[in-house]
Ligand binder design. Structure first.
Ligand code: TYD
Length: 213
């Protein structure tokens, strides 16, 4: 457990989340990010949502494969998040570890709020209910046009229930990410995900360097 410089209350670890529409290319960079933090000496919990615990991984399978309405989707996503927070994220942060989470609540605002049109005020209440004041310290948002993401997805494996959605859906998801970014500029860093891999990585590295990480 890390102590503050004054020797007072223990300091929690850093909480980093990675977001973006499907096809933004975040997965390869998440691995590099975790490697970069570990080689700098941090203990890192690398995890993802929906998922990260046996219960939440089971809920993920349902979410990605079974047809359901936006309310059911929202409730399952938050149920998975609740378990993940209690079992994994909160204990790791309390031990002073850095948590890198591939998607978190911003994805719910983007996909269920923007994509499905679900009531954002209710999402805000659920967010408050499930994780109170806990927010990521840094959110890397991989941003690119929906058309470009669709072209990248077409070259990849067979699509799940979300990846099958049309361009308008992903344009709404992207717009909702942009809103979340504008509402929390200290927490969000927008990563331009359109250039080739090395140029995207430079932006991620710069965001860490800027924070002295
Ligand atoms: P994703 O990170 O894209 O997994 P993979 O790279 O293996 O395809 O996440 C799976 C999907 O879950 C993604 O399409 C977005 C969706 N999702 C939501 O709709 N709401 C949420 O709150 C979260 C966390 C994810």
């Amino acid at each position: 457990m890390i102590r503050s410089i004054e020797g007072g209350a223990p300091q929690r670890g850093r909480f980093i989340t990675v977001e973006g529409i499907d096809g933004a290319g975040k997965s390869t960079h998440v691995d590099a990010l975790v490697e970069r933090l570990r080689s700098a000496g941090a203990g890192v919990l690398a995890t993802r949502e929906p998922g990260g615990t046996p219960l939440a991984e089971s809920l993920r399978e349902l979410l990605l494969e079974r047809p359901m309405d936006a309310l059911s989707e929202t409730l399952l996503v938050f149920a998975a998040r609740r378990d993940h927070l209690q079992q994994q994220i909160a204990p790791a942060l309390a031990r002073g570890e850095t948590v890198v989470c591939d998607r978190f609540t911003d994805a719910t605002f983007a996909y269920q709020g923007g994509g499905r049109g679900f009531d954002r005020a209710i999402l805000g209440q659920l967010e408050q209910w499930v994780h109170g004041e806990l927010q990521p310290d840094l959110t890397l948002w991989f941003d690119l046009p929906a058309e470009m993401a669709a072209a990248r997805r077409a070259a990849a494996r067979s699509p799940d229930r979300f990846e099958q959605q049309d361009l308008d859906f992903f344009a709404r998801v992207r717009a909702a990410y942009a809103e979340r970014c504008a509402a929390a500029p200290q927490r969000f860093v927008r990563i331009d995900a359109t250039p080739e891999r090395a140029a995207v990585w430079q932006q991620i590295d710069a965001a860490l360097v800027q924070r002295g990480w």
